[in-house]
Design a protein around this ligand. Structure first.
Ligand SMILES: N[C@@H]1[C@@H](O)[C@H](O)[C@@H](COP(=O)(O)O)O[C@@H]1O
Length: 260
């Protein structure tokens, strides 16, 4: 696992957008897995800016969703489908055909989960999966004690996550209890995992995920199992890392040709 400490969220966004632009140069139709929440927004802004200035060509990129609320009406502005279309797909100039996600409004949720895992595999697998991290260490919506081998399935949110996400809704009661999320096993199938965490509120979760034991209680610790995982953190999110100086020195000495 590579840990990169950046001065601020904008620098993290720029670094990851550069990696996405590089990937799209090597593989123009790469499948980019995207996350929701506030943290990844600087990545999407930086990538869209590169597309506008022609420093990146995302015209053949494909975008896929990590997770989704269950039961929000189709087109609800806070469904993750709407969020990804608004924050990623449209700013990159792509249309909906370039996008895939699980159907959170399906009557048969279990079938929708199976169908999504199958669709990801048929699409050739995710090339780069961007992840955020919950304050309780979740990735996607894999809450603590999710199986490290799990596939896409329905999960129940913890009250902490519902409270964390209530800011996107009018009040807490509107936050769904159930979600569909790529499983941890599904996420680990991606060729490159890039987790971005910013702010003091994520410092504990980051320290446990990066330096703690591999355990289902901290779902993000599953990144320790992946052969190509990159964790990008700002100074605040890095503040509880014991090996911060080592991570800084390693990155400072990294040959430029290596990329992320
Ligand atoms: N399902 C999403 C996660 O994918 C995201 O990482 C997390 C953190 O969001 P934020 O970046 O806003 O802190 O929120 C939600 O729970």
């Amino acid at each position: 696992m590579e840990v990169i400490i950046v001065p601020d969220p904008a620098a993290g966004g720029e670094l990851i957008a550069d990696a996405m632009a590089d990937l799209l140069r090597r593989k123009p139709d790469a499948l980019l897995g995207v996350a929701t929440g506030s943290t990844p927004l600087p990545v999407y802004e930086a990538l869209a800016a590169k597309v506008r200035t022609r420093d990146a060509d995302a015209s053949r990129a494909r975008i896929c969703q990590l997770d989704e609320y269950v039961g929000l009406p189709c087109g609800h502005p806070e469904s993750y489908r709407s969020v990804v279309l608004r924050e990623v797909v449209e700013p990159l100039g792509l249309d909906e055909e370039a996008f895939m996600g699980p159907d959170g409004a399906a009557e048969d949720v279990a079938a929708a989960c199976l169908a999504y895992d199958r669709a990801l595999a048929e699409a050739g697998g995710v090339d780069l999966q961007l992840l955020g991290i919950g304050t309780d260490g979740h990735i996607g919506f894999n809450e603590p004690c999710s199986s490290l081998a799990s596939r896409t399935r329905i999960k129940t949110l913890t009250e902490q996550t519902r409270r964390d996400n209530a800011r996107f809704f009018d009040d807490l009661d509107e936050v769904p209890h159930h979600v569909i999320t790529q499983g941890i096993g599904t996420i680990l199938d991606a060729r490159h995992l890039v987790l971005l965490a910013t702010g003091e509120a994520k410092a504990d979760a980051v320290a446990q995920a990066v330096e703690g034991p591999l355990c289902a209680l901290v779902p993000a610790s599953a990144l320790q199992l992946h052969p190509h995982a990159t964790v990008v953190v700002d100074e605040a999110a890095a503040s509880r890392l014991k090996l911060a100086d080592y991570f800084r020195a390693t990155y400072a000495a990294k040959p430029a040709w290596q990329g992320l």
